[in-house]
Design a protein around this ligand. Sequence first.
Ligand SMILES: Nc1ncnc2c1ncn2[C@@H]1O[C@H](COP(=O)(O)OP(=O)(O)OP(=O)(O)O)[C@@H](O)[C@H]1O
Length: 536
Amino acid sequence: MNQVLELLPKASSSPEIQELRQVLQAPHCKALLSAHDTVAQKDFEPHLPPLPDDIPDSEEAMRIVCLVKNHQPLGATIKRHEITGDILVARVIHGGLVERSGLLYAGDKLVEVNGISVEGLDPEQVIHILAMSCGTIMFKVVPVAAPPVSSQKMVHVRAMIDYWPQEDPDIPCMDAGLPFLKGDILQIVDQNDALWWQARKISDLAICAGLIPSNHLLKRKQREFWWSQPYQPHTCLKSTRCKSFSMEEDDSMKIDEKCVEAAKEEFVGNGQKFYIAGFRRSMRLCRRKSHFSQLHASMGCSCSCYSAVGAPYEEVVRYQRQPADKHRLIVLVGPSGVGVNELRRQLIGLNPSRFQSAVPHTTRSPKSYEMEGREYHYVSKETFESLMYGHRMLEYGEYKGHLYGTSVNAVHAILDEGKICVMDLEPQDIQLTRTHELKPYVIFIKPPNMSYMKQSRKNAKIITDYFVDMKFKDEDLQEMEDLAQKLESQFGQFFDHVIVNDNLQDACAQLLSAIQKAQEELQWVPEAWIAPGTES
Ligand SMILES: Nc1ncnc2c1ncn2[C@@H]1O[C@H](COP(=O)(O)OP(=O)(O)OP(=O)(O)O)[C@@H](O)[C@H]1O
């Protein structure tokens, strides 16, 4: 340091040189440099002999790794190499102890565990040694030549199916599987393996990731309608053995290719008269008829048609509607009689200048008291059909020889006015609304428990084909409950929010709040709805 001080020009007026001189002459700086010199001059023992010149290139370098086992799983799987019989680290689970230690990698060869050689042992014997160990576990490993580098960006997806690892004979390690339900948002953290990805639920990011079937693998299974009978063992799939290293893996990872109308309705509010479109009996009955025929058709087939047509995962991103953007379409879905229309009517009644229903189209002639564009848009059959075939109808059906439906343009007419369009749809029509333009927010209206239903629906009226204002019978309530379950299990992946319609006022308040959140807070939406550069 003295040499440096001498080298610095004494007479220099440069402020930097003056400052450096001051720093180097400060007592604590001198003490630090002196301590460094003392340590640097010391000899440390033992003195190791020089490396022999003749080490064979084939000599394997070993690494000793010590991990302290706690109540958590180690977070890695092992397998046996098909040819050499070596025990290898098959997979390191994201967020687990092994991954966080950064000391073991997929491909590392285990030589010893706690001093016990693993040569010739089966994976399950190695797992047994691990299970018997507590505290610090020492691994002697031959490191993999090129540890895998993970450079993948995290992707979020919405699960469009349910998945139970326990029911999947193909999963390499059942204990490492991540079960999920339709509609869950998953964060995919590793897609290195073409068949098995690693993911976490965004509702539980604190835990380590789990294995989920890749898109590719699920589609293959989808083709076999695997999940239509999740509790049936898959004899056509190669059943793989799976032992545990807290999580462990079968060695083969191979999947067998084989397997794998009437009353006029109006609303009076704020001293003003509002006509509420879309509530007319004919329209509702037509909707219900189309619903039953389509639902029965789908349930009648042995497989889950709706599940089978779509992708098993849908990539999603966070989206927040900006104040200048059009409102998201609000779609209400529920079993017939649950109160979808009642809630929609109450909502519009609360603020008719903010909430509105789309005006449906019909091919029937207007009644004397009706006005074009108020109750319906009255069109010819040809016009209606051209809208249908041009995919401009979000829903349509036939009732008593006339066509009824709601067009995309009718929804846009409301959104363009800066209002929130609220429509009720049959679940099979949701798919048609799922566009970048409409960005629907789907709310499922669910019936409360049966005893509450019986008590609260004493004076309620069911809309029927034959009687006007018929009271609910117990069978109707039971049918509603059964249908609600079916709808949820078949279309749950499309529901953004669920409201139990027990007390009408409470349910209405929940609906209002959910709509507010949908329009003003961050939500997960399909990536395809977001134009590049507008992601938040
Ligand atoms: N929370 C509730 N408590 C008591 N009665 C209710 C409740 N919700 C709805 N109702 C009544 O239940 C009956 C059916 O409701 P609504 O007409 O809204 O059913 P829906 O779901 O629209 O089915 P559909 O279209 O088949 O008529 C109506 O008489 C309505 O007032």
